[in-house]
Design a protein. Structure first.
Length: 217
């Protein structure tokens, strides 16, 4: 049986997702707190075949290197966020004032975003920039879910004021997520922070404060 579970980790309460589809186990955004994530994985006997990052911000990848070395799992990231990922400790010092630096994972670049590995797992990836240049949403049609990272939350879009953020790209990305015939309204949005929502509810919430995603001005 496919399953989706969440653990919220770290100061920014990042959603880390473990997703089991037949024959493939996927971990998304292991942001911090490697110890808790390992315990959570062990409780379910879960060994990730792939670690997917929605983007390169430090609060989404802090535990990735440790998990990669434990499980030998490839870590996937859009190439446009490689610079951000490599700067994770700069962000960590600026935003978290943490003393313990992050180990940067060896990243496999999801160039073109349709790799054999993703296809085998039934995962489709969409480039949804705006929060960062390489923000990606992962779509799993068989489960009816979209992992949107910090592009789209339950009731709002992600911030675009950080380095690499772009408001007009964000608008395009939100359109491609919320006005997409391949992403029905009853599917679930699994965001990088906060609660989940149906795609339809997220669309209605967004249309209140971002009328441009509905084609208006
Ligand atoms: Zn972010």
């Amino acid at each position: 049986m496919p399953s989706v579970e969440r653990l919220t980790v770290g100061r920014w309460r990042t959603n880390c997702w473990k997703i089991a589809v037949p024959d493939v186990a996927i971990l998304v955004d292991p942001g911090a707190d490697e110890e808790s994530i390992n315990q959570w994985l062990d409780e379910g006997g879960f060994s990730p075949d792939h670690i997917l990052l929605t983007h390169g911000h430090h609060d989404h990848l802090g535990a990735a290197a440790g998990l990669q070395s434990r499980f030998g799992s490839p870590v996937w990231l859009h190439p446009s966020d490689l610079g951000l990922a490599r700067s994770a400790n700069v962000f960590l010092r600026h935003f978290d004032r943490a003393s313990k630096p992050i180990s940067i994972p060896e990243v496999f670049l999801a160039v073109g975003l349709e790799t054999e590995a993703f296809a085998a797992a039934g995962v489709h990836s969409m480039h949804t920039p705006g929060h960062s240049p390489g923000s990606v949403s992962y779509v799993l049609p068989e489960l009816g879910i979209v992992l949107t990272g910090d592009a789209l939350f339950a009731q709002q879009s992600g911030r675009t004021d950080l380095p690499g953020g772009d408001e007009s790209l964000m608008t395009e990305s939100l359109r491609s997520l919320l006005q997409n015939p391949d992403i029905p309204g009853e599917w679930q949005v699994l965001p990088g922070h906060g609660r989940t929502a149906s795609v339809g509810d997220a669309r209605r919430a967004l249309m209140h404060n971002r009328k441009e995603i509905n084609g208006g001005t």
